[in-house]
Write a protein that binds this ligand. Structure first.
Ligand SMILES: [Zn+2]
Length: 185
C-alpha cells in the first residue's frame, strides 16, 4: 500500500525542487475537450500518452467502466460543468477492452461485502429503500455497446447545449490503440 508519510515527504521535495513548473497551466482545457474514461490503472499514463495529451489539455472524468447509466449522476454533472463553465466543446467517451466492468459478478461482489462485515440487515435496508445492487453495480458485456450507450445518454441529455459533439472510442490497455465506436455527426 502507498505510505502516507513517504508520500508527504516526496511531495515536500517535489514542491521545493519546483518540479511543478513543467506542469503549470490554467483550469481551462486547451483542447476544449472532456474525456470520460475508466479508472483502470493501465490507462493512468498510457491514455494521455497515446492521445498526445499534456497537463492542461483536457478535462478528465473517470469512473469504473466509463459508464453513465443515470443522466443526473455525478459524471454527467461533471461533463455539464466542463461544458458550461470551463469552455469544453466536445466529449470523448473512451472505454477500453478487457475492462473489469465487463466481468462484473454482482452476487460475488455482494459476498465480498458480507465477508468484510456488511450485514444482511444493511443489505435488506438498502433493498427496501429501492437500492438494487444488481442494477447499481451491473457491468457490461461489450465495451462497444457500453460506450455507445453512455455516448447516447450524453447526446440526448436535456441540458446538453446545441453543437457539442460526443464521440465514443475504445482503447486497448496494452498498446494504446484507439478504435472508433461512434462518431457524432
Ligand atoms: Zn475499465
Amino acid at each position: 500500500m502507498m505510505n502516507l508519510d513517504e508520500m508527504l515527504a516526496y511531495n515536500e521535495q517535489f514542491v521545493s525542487d519546483k518540479e511543478y513548473q513543467a506542469y503549470q497551466t490554467d483550469g481551462l482545457p486547451n483542447k476544449r475537450t472532456v474525456i470520460f474514461s475508466c479508472m483502470d490503472t493501465r490507462l493512468l499514463e498510457l491514455l494521455p500518452k497515446a492521445l498526445n495529451l499534456k497537463n492542461g489539455d483536457v478535462k478528465m472524468v473517470k469512473n469504473a467502466g466509463a459508464v453513465i447509466r443515470d443522466p443526473f449522476d455525478s459524471t454527467m454533472k461533471s461533463i455539464l460543468v466542463a461544458i458550461y463553465n470551463l469552455q469544453a466543446e466536445q466529449v470523448m467517451v473512451i472505454g477500453h477492452h478487457d475492462c473489469g466492468m465487463s466481468k462484473m459478478d454482482v452476487p460475488a461482489l455482494e459476498d465480498k461485502m458480507k465477508d468484510r462485515g456488511v450485514s444482511e440487515d444493511t443489505l435488506a435496508t438498502l433493498s427496501h429503500s429501492g437500492i438494487d445492487l444488481e442494477e447499481e453495480f451491473r457491468g457490461f458485456r461489450s465495451v462497444e455497446e457500453s460506450v455507445e450507450q453512455s455516448a447516447e445518454i450524453i447526446r440526448n441529455h436535456p441540458l446538453l447545449p446545441e453543437g457539442v459533439k460526443v464521440h465514443g472510442l475504445a482503447i486497448d490497455p496494452e498498446t494504446g490503440k484507439l478504435d472508433l465506436v461512434t462518431r457524432d455527426k
